[in-house]
Design a protein around this ligand. Structure first.
Ligand code: FPP
Length: 255
């Protein structure tokens, strides 16, 4: 049960224009575990509790889309035991959260080089993706074996193939032609990207999509990042002026 103060804050945030799509770089699980004298995997486990809480809050608040960076293309290089532990945790999450995801009209989606995932993750992932495909409440996207550069290389290959086939003319390639080939093509524009744990880097996350996103970097470690912290970030977003290259005066003149 959420507290009265959380409900109040959610209502306040809802009263102002919301970001349509938030992306989160969930960082700091290892440091959280270290700080609590526990193995790294315990940090990831506590991090999956944050995933649950933040998703619930995002859904209640009325976001259209939430994208979570759960495993990067580069994370395969971590010690094999940690990689295996993370994969187990993902499988557990997909099985345990299934009911709640379906009951809350959430569409589960995934982006990344999904073929690289072990079968025991891919199978429940694909099953829940299919089962929730018709849900219209919020799209929860897990970025798994995801890299922004990898995504762009893939898109460029697809565009090049269209040029080769005579379907596109190189000189006429537009932003839309590239966006159509991104894994995020069916998602709303990313308005806000959050990174936890005090690191001020983008780390290969949503490189194209982040072009005009607002960024919030917070000191909070991911396992400590819960509903109130998400609302803090949304409030920061709501207090910013997004200019998209224009001046403040020009923006004020737009009806
Ligand atoms: C970064 O922390 C986090 C990850 C590489 C994995 C994120 C995974 C989860 C939050 C849990 C599972 C996800 C789902 C969707 C159930 P880090 O290990 O780099 O932390 P550190 O920088 O403190 O070492």
């Amino acid at each position: 049960m959420e507290s009265a103060s959380l409900k109040f804050r959610e209502a306040t945030v809802k009263a102002k224009p919301l970001p349509r799509h938030i992306g989160i770089i969930m960082d700091g699980n290892g440091r959280w575990a270290e700080g609590h004298g526990r193995p790294r995997l315990e940090g990831h486990r506590e991090g999956s509790n944050s995933v649950r809480e933040v998703t619930r809050c995002a859904r209640r608040t009325g976001l259209e889309a939430l994208t979570l960076y759960a495993f990067s293309s580069q994370n395969w290089q971590r010690p094999s035991l940690e990689v295996a532990g993370l994969m187990e945790l993902l499988r557990e999450y997909l099985l345990k959260e299934r009911r709640e995801i379906l009951d809350n009209q959430i569409r589960l989606n995934a982006i990344g080089e999904l073929k690289k995932l072990p079968e025991y993750v891919r199978e429940p992932l694909e099953a829940l993706r299919e089962e929730s495909a018709g849900n219209t409440g919020m799209t929860l996207t897990l970025a798994l074996s995801y890299g922004g550069r990898e995504e762009l290389v893939r898109a460029m290959r697809a565009v090049a193939a269209k040029v080769e086939a005579g379907e596109l003319v190189a000189e006429s390639i537009t932003n839309d032609d590239i966006e159509r080939e991104l894994w995020t093509t069916d998602l709303p524009p990313v308005d806000l990207i959050v990174r936890t744990s005090g690191e001020n880097r983008v780390s290969n996350f949503l490189l194209w999509q982040g072009a005009y996103a607002e960024y919030v970097f917070t000191e909070t470690l991911w396992p400590d990042f819960r509903a109130h912290e998400l609302l803090d970030c949304i409030e920061q977003f709501q207090n910013r002026e997004r200019r998209f290259g224009l001046t403040s005066a020009q923006l004020r003149a737009i009806p």
